[in-house]
Design a protein around this ligand. Structure first.
Ligand SMILES: *Cc1c(COP(=O)(O)O)cnc(C)c1O
Length: 439
């Protein structure tokens, strides 16, 4: 491979592809990736990049994991897809059994879809229709400010209003937004919830970490308080673990940090170890039962062509097997511990503020006088600088974060820390960033 083929592929890409979250007018050439192995991705010139963000937070065990590949290949030769209405198959049954065993004990049924957004759509429809089915007029929904639950219309509606949702503002359904809880505001949040409890069908939240908002974190004990209050007011709770699930927060699920149990849970991202798109919505027996009826209108009329695709189910089974191995659980603890040591070093740095960590997720802000919106230039400059150093980090505005695959070694993680410090030091005494990195 040479520069010519690289530029050719980038050119062909530009001619036909529209990339996500990308202003195509100003975007640089997309980097052609030809291979992945473990924590590394390789471009067509042989340059390797360490994947510090798990390719948008999905890769758990590294790229092209041979065990997952083998299992999926075997399944592909056996049964690749079957309509999931009226039919079932071993991988879907086994996956549901295995997953439910790990979740809070009130989670009893598994509903399959294709990604995080659809897992959220199904959850919202379950809650709204639950109210309808039991004859209650409850249509209000409660969510956190700065929330992110996906990009489809329902998921956008329950997400914080932002630059991402602006063009659709008038078409999003109304949602009541409250702040994330802390010791000071808990009581006033309860007062707010109480005033709307009567017609509120559900409360949807990202537990402990608001990912896309910039890895904003809050305490489990305060969420527990809010959940307890919602339970007492008969407001259903949707716990969106699309990002926090499968070890990210240092425990298997964010649910493992909590005493209270949600009614519904959403999963995707790490579900298949980052190999295949799939979403899951689980729910309690009580919710499921409200749909059992001789009245046909009480059926959950929701489904997707690829619901419970056997290949994705198999990938998820294999990934969960790997996740539960002693070696992986130890690695999650080790990464969490290494992060925690590094937060102390970062906190001393003059260019850094708001250092925070939950398990394997580490985030901090680059101190700046510029506006700190998603559009701020610093993120772009830092992104380019790390890329040049062979590290894939993708800041959210001025928020830098690490979400490593669990197979990342001590040395590999230290290499990233070292580079972060080098970059911060290089920029320390400058009002402006070096311009070479900007594009
Ligand atoms: C990424 C994300 C989603 C949306 O998942 P997609 O698969 O990108 O549609 C939903 N909720 C949370 C918390 C997420 O982080």
């Amino acid at each position: 491979m040479n520069t010519l083929t690289q530029s050719l592929l980038a050119e062909r890409d530009k001619a036909v592809n529209w990339h996500p979250y990308t202003q195509m007018k100003t975007a640089g050439d997309a980097i052609p990736i030809v291979k992945g192995k473990g924590v590394y991705l390789y471009d067509d010139e042989g340059k390797k990049y360490i994947d510090a963000v798990s390719s948008w937070w999905v890769t758990l065990h590294g790229h092209a994991h041979p065990y997952i590949a083998e299992r999926v290949f075997e399944q592909l030769n056996t049964l690749e897809q079957v309509i999931f209405a009226g039919f079932t198959h071993e991988p879907a049954v086994q996956l549901s059994e295995n997953l439910l065993k790990l979740l809070p004990e009130n989670q009893k049924k598994v509903f399959y879809s294709d990604n995080g957004s659809t897992a959220v759509e199904a959850a919202l429809k379950m809650c709204i229709q639950y109210a309808y089915n039991i004859g209650k007029e409850k249509t209000k929904i409660l969510a956190f400010r700065n929330a992110y639950h996906g990009d489809t219309f329902g998921a956008m509606s329950v997400s914080g209003r932002s630059v991402w949702t602006k063009p659709f503002g008038s078409m999003l359904f109304e949602v009541i937004f409250i702040d994330t809880p802390n010791a000071k505001n808990l009581e006033s949040l309860k007062v707010q919830i109480k005033s709307i409890a009567e017609d509120t069908a559900c409360f949807i939240y990202e537990p402990l970490v608001q990912g896309a908002a910039g890895m904003l974190m809050y305490e489990a004990e305060h969420l527990d308080e809010l959940m307890k209050f919602c339970r007492s007011k008969e407001i259903l709770m949707i716990q969106d673990e699309v990002f926090t699930g499968f070890g990210r927060t240092g425990k298997l699920f964010a649910a493992n940090h909590l005493k209270e149990m949600p009614d519904i849970m959403c999963f995707s991202k790490g579900l298949t170890g980052g190999t295949m798109p799939m979403g899951i919505t689980t729910c309690s027996q009580e919710i499921f039962n409200a749909f059992l009826s001789d009245d046909k209108y009480k059926t959950l009329f929701h489904g997707h062509s690829f619901t419970a695709n056997p290949l994705a189910c198999t990938a998820a089974l294999a990934s969960m097997e790997l996740l539960l191995q002693e070696e992986t659980l130890t690695a999650i603890d080790r990464i969490s511990g290494q992060h925690s040591g590094f937060t102390e070093i970062l906190a001393q740095h003059p260019n850094v503020e708001n250092v925070r960590q939950t398990g394997t997720i580490l985030a901090f802000e680059y101190k700046t006088d510029q506006n700190t919106s998603y559009f701020n230039e610093i993120g772009k400059i830092l992104y380019a600088e790390f890329l040049q150093r062979g590290i894939i980090m993708r800041p959210l505005g001025n928020v830098m974060y690490l979400v490593p695959p669990y197979c990342m070694t001590t040395e590999e993680l230290n290499f990233i820390y070292q580079n972060i410090l080098e970059v911060l030091n290089a920029f320390k005494n400058q009002d402006h960033f070096p311009t070479h990195a900007a594009d």
